[in-house]
Design a protein. Structure first.
Length: 396
């Protein structure tokens, strides 16, 4: 039988990460010493008190039964408590919090909840590619909002034409930003609320890198802005905050109509996450937070090591405000060609900026989720390649 698949499936973007990860695996199997700075996959373990909570909870037979539809109230209350403590945002756990299989799931689901075929979604460019998937599944259209260095990698709403704004129903934002590693100032969020209210656009603020602030500055939440709850929702993730990427847990909070829509869609896909994971996640959010502070300091030290090394090599780089470095390609060449060259010749894996959109071209994204000695090693290899002092083993 020749199976014919649905157009929406065939149109889904292919993950460039998967291809590179399998190439890295092959190189490692062949005995190569690859410094892998390609993905944003936390290298450190989940703090022990959270693992201990999971161990305790999984022994309770109540957690072996189907969990409550749309998640445990105990976890929703923990999310609300986290927002109140860290961002002075007050949420009703029942109606303004939904539990997600990682932020990723919700970031795909929101487009299916809000977009009809042909509707416009305002998409930052560059952006985390998972946003595109939901828009494709909804058969909607993306309109790029270029994130340019001269605008602090923030979208310029005044550059959008009124007809596009009229058709737009949803907009993604993400600060601290992946991949450009900048944060957004409160004034930008104030402007966003005005823009969204004027144009009736729902704002989906991806706050996956909340809590990992550098240089004594905590990232601000979109929901801290007056009027934000009226126009949008925010996604948080426990993946990076508590090194829980493998646990697959996050939440979406804010506008109750949008939260209800996501819960409704999820009711058709899942019966929520395992209760033992939800209970341990509640412990993570309400328990001691010094582990988060310690993690942020570790990443900040790594950033400093990497940036100092790169700058010593005469390479200009803006100071990252998050766990990625957004490194200009020497000579402004193709990011894919440069990343390919780096992996082939210097055995350093980075993500080409083009993977994140047209305006990511000219940069590569370097993940700082690796120990300091590996980052130092990467800097040596990067500098050698850039300065032409790299020795190709094949040609020695
Ligand atoms: C910007 C951004 N949003 C969301 C996610 C996904 O988070 P989660 O692990 O909770 O699905 C990531 C993961 O790397 C990310 O970089």
């Amino acid at each position: 039988m020749k199976t014919e698949f649905a157009r929406r499936l065939l149109d889904l973007p292919r993950s460039s990460f998967a291809t590179t990860v399998s190439r890295i695996d092959q190189l490692v199997k062949a005995g190569e010493d690859v410094v892998n700075l390609c993905q944003g996959n936390p290298d450190l373990p989940t703090p022990p008190h959270i693992v201990e909570a999971l161990r305790r909870e999984v022994l309770d037979p109540a957690t072996h039964r189907y969990p409550a539809f749309s998640g445990l109230l105990e976890l929703k209350a923990a999310v609300a408590q986290w927002y109140a403590t860290h961002h002075q945002v007050h949420l009703d756990p029942e109606s303004e919090v939904a539990i997600l299989f990682g932020a990723k799931a919700g970031l795909v689901e929101i487009s299916q909840c809000l977009l009809n075929p042909g509707d416009v979604c305002l998409m930052p460019d560059p952006a985390f590619p998972d946003y595109w998937s939901g828009v494709v599944l909804a058969r909607a259209r993306m309109h790029a909002m270029p994130l340019l260095r001269e605008n602090g990698f923030l979208p310029d709403y005044s550059a959008l034409d009124p007809a596009t704004c009229d058709r737009a129903k949803l907009m993604f934002l993400n600060y601290p930003n992946n991949p450009t590693s900048v944060t957004a100032p409160p004034e930008f969020y104030e402007e966003t609320v005005r823009f969204a209210a004027r144009n009736q656009v729902v704002v989906a603020s991806d706050f996956a890198y909340a809590a990992l602030g550098f240089d004594g500055r905590a990232p601000c939440s979109f929901l801290q802005t007056d009027g934000a709850m009226e126009v949008g929702v925010e996604f948080i993730s426990l993946s990076k905050m508590f090194n829980m990427a493998g646990w697959r847990i996050g939440a979406v909070v804010g506008n109750p109509d949008v939260v209800a829509a996501i819960n409704l869609l999820q009711e058709h896909y899942y019966v929520s996450l395992p209760s033992f994971i939800q209970r341990a996640a509640a412990v993570a959010l309400t328990g001691p937070q010094d582990c988060v502070e310690e993690l942020a300091r570790t990443y900040e030290r790594r950033r400093d090591v990497f940036v100092a090394g790169v700058r010593d090599a005469g390479w200009h780089i803006d100071l990252p405000q998050s766990i990625f470095a957004w490194l200009p390609v020497p000579g402004g060449g193709s990011s894919s060609a440069f990343a390919d060259d780096l992996l082939t010749r210097a055995k350093v894996a980075v993500a080409p900026g083009r993977w994140f959109g047209e305006h990511g071209e000219g940069y590569v994204r370097v993940s700082l989720l690796a120990p300091e000695d590996r980052l130092k090693e990467a800097v040596i290899r990067l500098a050698d390649l850039r300065n032409g002092t790299h020795k190709d083993p094949d040609h020695d």
